[in-house]
Design a binder for this molecule. Structure first.
Ligand SMILES: [Zn+2]
Length: 253
């Protein structure tokens, strides 16, 4: 087993990566700490001209080259720049490995947060689904809004993101053994994209589903399978099926 990297070493690495994007800022003060987040969650922010990085506690044993890849992911996000493909893949493969996912699940169980947050339904736990999707599609870096089940099982709309209250609401009708995991995963993933791609205002109009949004939506691995299930269960969801059109895209807001 490789040595666990020291904090100083990680701080140095962030300075290098910051310098890569912005040489002027390479001497900025950087603070790196491990934080007892539930699951895999990594954050970066600027306060009073200094940069604060918080890495999930369960990533403490991460090899230095993965820290470097994560540094590229976080710093690029902060500076709104492109993440180098190699870094993105390296980090994403690491956090989506079975070992890391198991560790994330174990950390949630230990903390026993399920009861406190109220995100756990009879079958699905929104917190757990969010965290897995965050690791898989957003490198664990997507800011987490409030997650909640709808008060009643709604069928017309299965999910929506309320930006005023910064809340993702998922229909209770999906909290059922009848609903495959990939279907509820798709609905949550769609709402997460609304957090990732804020509404664009143009000529007095609001655009929620921009071209970038739709492009990222296609990255969802099981889109066709989920769509097929929705189509086959359209009646139950009180929806009409239109030939050749994705029904899945019309049941989420
Ligand atoms: Zn939407």
């Amino acid at each position: 087993m490789a040595e666990i990297p020291a904090i100083d070493e990680i701080v140095e690495l962030y300075r290098d990566v910051i310098g890569h994007y912005d040489p002027v800022r390479s001497s900025v003060t950087v603070h790196v700490s491990f934080y007892p987040y539930i699951g895999i969650n990594q954050t970066i922010r600027v306060r009073d001209g200094q940069i604060y990085v918080r890495i999930a506690e369960i990533c403490r044993e991460m090899p230095i080259e993965i820290h470097k890849a994560l540094a590229f992911v976080l710093v690029a996000k902060l500076f709104r720049r492109r993440v180098p493909k190699q870094a993105r893949e390296l980090y994403s493969n690491y956090v989506s490995s079975p070992e890391m996912r198991e560790r994330a699940t174990a950390s949630r169980r230990e903390r026993g947060r399920k009861v406190i947050t109220g995100t756990s339904g009879a079958i699905y736990d929104l917190e757990e689904l969010f965290s897995d999707l965050n690791a898989k599609y957003f490198w664990g870096t997507l800011r987490k809004p409030t997650l909640t089940w709808s008060a009643k099982p709604t069928f017309r709309i299965l999910g929506h993101f309320d930006s005023h209250h910064d809340t993702i609401v998922i229909s209770r009708s999906l909290d059922s053994t009848d609903v495959p995991r990939l279907v509820i995963e798709y609905v949550i993933y769609h709402e997460m994209l609304h957090v990732f791609h804020p509404t664009v205002h143009h000529n007095g109009r609001r655009y929620n589903h921009t071209a970038e949004f739709r492009r990222d939506e296609e990255r969802f691995e099981n889109f066709e399978e989920a769509d097929r299930w929705i189509e086959q269960n359209a009646r139950k969801l009180k929806r009409k099926v239109t030939k050749g059109k994705s029904i899945l895209r019309r049941i989420v807001r």
